[in-house]
Design a protein around this ligand. Structure first.
Ligand code: NAP
Length: 381
């Protein structure tokens, strides 16, 4: 009787995850082939074949594939298994990596089981698994507290720490402060989320900064393997310093979130004659309202460039309003003059002409005095 095999073979990158079986897809049972006792061979025992095409230990092709898969897979421990971490984990699992997770406040075990992720309520147990990579996906505000209580002593000295926080200088300094100097540090920011990246990651920006990477082949390769998850999915890989990231992100991402939140408060409604531009505004609100206020507040509080951008936005809004109201004021003034009597109009007209003459004189003489023998009429006009 052939042994049955339930080994679930996952394909290794560079296949995009949508081509791979979904993590939540139940393992398919192999067909049972039952050979009935034939009347012509009454003495034979019933033969039951439980599996066909099962990988055999002596099957070279299968063992090579398995070795290749193992050599490429990373053990990734995720800290903070919230919305965004679950979204990322789906793709990590699809790429054949072993994903483990822990959350400090909530029990995320059922979400983990659904995604094919091993869940550890206790971070000690998680770190005893000696992951290759520890991925921080905690809220920006909670990260200092989380980092300060993690049982780092249980990890291997060569562990790679990665963060995906939406600000970069802040976690970089925190990791440099809390992590032993033997650890590698990779700061990243996938510039997309569960909403904008739900169909595909193709063409979406992925920022990263190799903050500390020890010059060892294995460590360099491990870091590349991690980055390869995103490049294989079609992300546009952007290597950039954390400081530059924060400068650009304050002017783009923070402003996008701010305008999205302002428009949400404003209350955009579907319009029967909506333009393409209007639809984009509605999309913007949809995109930003899914993110927690805590995340948005983190973008503001922990990016030193955010305040300046908020003030610039305020000034820009004021100047647009001024341009509109200024034009309105001129029209209103002219109308007032027309409505007023002829006498008042003539007096005001003369006063206006005199004022213009004075300005013209100053301009003609570079702000100096006009020569005494010239009348103001001939000088100015
Ligand atoms: P989030 O609200 O920013 O973070 C949620 C996670 O933080 C949860 O796992 C939660 O733990 C943990 N957390 C919150 N307060 C905590 C505390 N006091 N102590 C311990 N853990 C705490 O939402 P998110 O969207 O999942 O984002 C996670 C990270 O990814 C953030 O740093 C964010 O900036 C970044 N990011 C998000 C997106 C996006 O589109 N959402 C895109 C790029 C980067 P529990 O699981 O225990 O509740």
């Amino acid at each position: 009787m052939l042994p049955s095999s339930t080994a679930h073979c996952r394909l290794a990158p560079p296949f995009p995850s949508r081509l791979l079986p979904s993590a939540s897809e139940p393992l398919r049972r192999r067909p049972l082939i039952l050979l009935r006792r034939s009347s012509s061979y009454p003495d034979r025992r019933r033969l039951l074949v439980r599996a066909i095409d099962a990988a055999q230990p002596y099957d070279l092709e299968a063992s090579l594939a398995l070795r290749h898969l193992r050599s490429n897979s990373l053990k990734i421990a995720v800290i903070g298994f919230g919305n965004f971490a679950q979204f990322l984990a789906k793709t990590f699992v699809a790429h054949g990596h072993d994903v483990l997770a822990h959350s400090m406040q909530s029990d995320r075990s059922s979400a983990a089981a659904y995604l094919g992720v091993q869940y550890f309520p206790d971070p000690n147990d998680l770190f005893e698994q000696h992951p290759d990579v520890v991925l921080l996906s905690t809220s920006i505000l909670s990260t200092p507290q989380v980092l300060s209580v993690l049982p780092l002593h249980r990890l291997r000295r060569s562990t790679l720490f990665v963060d995906v926080l939406s600000v970069k200088e802040f976690p970089k300094h925190l990791m440099l402060k809390y992590l032993p100097r033997e650890f590698d540090i990779l700061c990243t920011h996938p510039m997309f989320g569960p909403e904008s990246g739900k169909d595909s990651w193709v063409g979406l920006n992925f920022m990263y900064d190799k903050v500390r990477l020890w010059e060892e082949d294995e460590r360099i390769e491990r870091c590349e393997k991690f980055l390869n998850i995103f490049s294989a999915e079609g992300c546009r890989m952007v290597e950039m310093s954390c400081a530059d990231h924060d400068k650009y992100a304050a002017g783009s991402q923070f402003i996008t979130h701010t305008v999205g939140r302002v428009l949400e408060k404003f209350g955009l409604e579907e319009s029967p004659i909506g333009t393409k531009g209007y639809e984009k505004l509605i999309d913007l609100v949809e995109n930003t309202k899914g993110d927690s206020f805590e995340l948005y507040y983190g973008l503001f509080l922990y990016n030193k460039n955010a305040m300046e951008q908020l003030e610039r936005l305020d000034l820009a809004f004021e100047s647009v309003k001024k341009a509109l109201f200024g034009r309105l004021h001129e029209i209103y003034r002219e109308q007032l003059l027309e409505d007023a009597g002829d006498g008042i109009r003539r007096t005001m007209h003369r006063a206006e002409q005199n004022r213009r003459r004075e300005v013209a004189q100053k301009l003609l003489h570079n702000g100096g005095q006009t020569p005494p023998n010239q009348s103001s009429e001939t000088k100015a006009w």
